[in-house]
Design a protein around this ligand. Sequence first.
Ligand code: 5GP
Ligand code: SF4
Ligand code: MG
Length: 465
Amino acid sequence: CGVFGVVGITDASNFVALGLHALQHRGQEAGGIVTHDPATGFNQARRMGLVRDNFTNQKVMETLPGTIGIGHVRYSTAGSKGQTAIRDVQPFFGEFSMGGAAIAHNGNLTNARALRKELIERGSIFQSSSDSECIIHLMARSMGRNIPDRMEEALRKVEGAFSIVAMTRTKLIGCRDPLGVRPLVLGQLGDGWVLSSETCALDIIGAEFIRDIAPGEMVVISDKGVQSHFPFRRAKSRFCIFEHVYFSRPDSILGDRSVYETRENIGRELAKEAPVDADLVCPVPDSGTPAAIGYSLQSGIPYAMGIIRNQYMGRTFIEPSEQIRNMGVRLKLNVNRALVRGKRIILVDDSVVRGTTSQKIKDMILDAGAAEVHFRIASPPTAWPCFYGVDTPQRDKLLAATMTEEEMRVHIGVDSLKFISLDGLYRAVGQPNGRDPASPAYCDACFSGEYPVAPSDMIEDGFQT
Ligand code: 5GP
Ligand code: SF4
Ligand code: MG
């Protein structure tokens, strides 16, 4: 998901809408905006679908006055299966004795089911099926004297990944979980302040990047400025390494690192680790593009657009049903036939999850007359599900969970298949010695199976790490 918020900016909702539009790659199922204006109180709009289809409408935007606002773009994760219902669309809102508050959450809480059960037994009335709603109910039960105190108390009870943007009538609040699994940055626009999942959404509104919110940090922003504190037990940060590989936009800066440069580095590492004699390096667009450029630069094999993407389709994996996902590849990608005929092609993609994408692309490219197809993947084999906010399927659906690399090669049907090593990936994200097994610098659970936060709800279900 993507989260965004502003305070101290006239027509806040228009800026929130633009920010969410720049974060649309983080979730395309639905979006919502909450604002506050002294004359109208809290204003809320939640809609299914894209930001540009909902929050450009004059009638909708007129209902969202105020100089403070937050928003969310949704992509349903491990916890919530199936079609998104409008009641699951964030921001969530709660009315407390000291006033209202809205919160928008990116990440996934790993103890939400246990918390929810307990809260329901004690009388909480849940409105949605979302893990994030627990936070509102925990806040309602807190005895804290103000909303930031209540939020702090609530967040000390949840486990897992959270980057949160929240608001009261006058305050914008940002918080990251102690491991800082998901990104969150602070920006400034004139006298106003901005919180955003990624820096690309600061750029769109012309805001200046100030700094990352630190893992475990909570900031409370009001007309008195930015107050920062660290309410949780300090821990070593474990940022999601997959944000660098795939999830974030290449024009964003994550923890002082350009995502584009990292992806190009990954391609260079791949070319060193898994060279092959071929005529062209082609990306699976768009997610494989920077890595393909890196592979080409390192290997000296020319880069070319062997596959053309229809820009009007969303990300395939965000479509929740398998049927649509299967069709999706063909609807979104097409082979540049004249270019690939008779050629030995190196195809670079970011990841293999179920293997559906790779298989269809291989079919299309062989059908167009390619002489050889060599897959190079910009992440290690995805063998474990993510419980921290990325929608990887159950373990048995992950190709790498049940097959060796050679079995995957045969299954996909290509001449060769190589994944970057975990050490190579760490080198590409700026760890020259690779992954330190005693204390890894990132979360890499979907590749290593080492979960930095025990997925307690899943373990109760019999999941074995
Ligand atoms: P597959 O077709 O192997 O299931 O999915 C791989 C494709 O989905 C890749 O092209 C990749 O761009 C995209 N993808 C990237 N990240 C994810 C993810 O977290 N979950 C899923 N399901 N697909 C992803
Ligand atoms: Fe990121 Fe993978 Fe960790 Fe999930 S399991 S937070 S996708 S590195
Ligand atoms: Mg892709």
